[in-house]
Design a protein around this ligand. Sequence first.
Ligand SMILES: [Zn+2]
Length: 339
Amino acid sequence: MLKLQYGTLLNRIKSLKTKSALLTLASVLSIFALSPSHSSEDWRLLDLSNEQISRDGQEALNVINGVVSMYRQDAQIGHLYFSLRTDSVLDQVNASYSRVNGNRALNFPYIIQSDGWSLYATAHDQGIVAHETGHMVLDYFRPSWLDSQSAHLAAFHEAFADLTTQFYRYHNPASRPKFISELENGQACVGDNEFTCIRNNSARLTLINVQQDERLCESHEFSKTFSSAVYDSMADAFMSSGQRPQRIRALGTIVTWHRTMLIKAVLSLRGSTSLTLMDISLAMLRVSDENPIYKNVLGNSFIKNGFITLIHKSPIYYYQANSQFVPLCQLQDGRIGNA
Ligand SMILES: [Zn+2]
């Protein structure tokens, strides 16, 4: 779930219900099938009758396809069927991914901007579409985690989705120049508009913060402890890769390495629903042995955010969970899909 920062949005939407006749968006549910090969002929389009929705759907589909293809470089992903909706305005506040009775659904509604009137098409927001697709990919690998009542796994779902947006931006050479200055400044946001940021210089969220304030157990907040640790590791590896031209050349390798280690960690953890974020950070380091330099950078980042401590460095780095800071969070926001 991607939580948008509009406190009074619901009220605005309610007041706009009477104006809905002005909105010519039909309710069309379009069903697509994403097959293991990458060619566009693999899309199966069953119902796409409205021209505007067709454009929105295609826009979203390009990103969904790009994200799934990216993860197919790390792991086998078979047929991935889902329904896609891009036309809702009044009854859906957030973009979301859900799976009900085995049916996966992505929903990218129009949302009302802060002027109370103009609409923002989340289907056109690559960051939001990548985020929700990240939920779908993680759910494909580990379905029990979406259904779990664990605050740690709910937070990890959000962190994985936020990191998917970052991985996708830097995976795509065309979008790299736009986001390199974010990486250099240690700042990362999800939406292309003004939505949630997982990391900025003024607000680094650590497990100590969550332990001290239970409001931060909310999954979108709690998730930032993990996503920003991984993001910081990418930023640190990037900044220490020499002069700027050399560093930019190394960017693809750095981002791919972090993404692959995250997927390997997920696959190594099978399906347990009692995992903590500490377990997942340790799993990521366990699968990282082949690159001790990046592993060290990642380990330091997890240490800074309170997840783990370093036991010894030689002959290889060895870490353990930092039992001092395990937040005893309860799940706060239910699990009807993931926004
Ligand atoms: Zn989300």
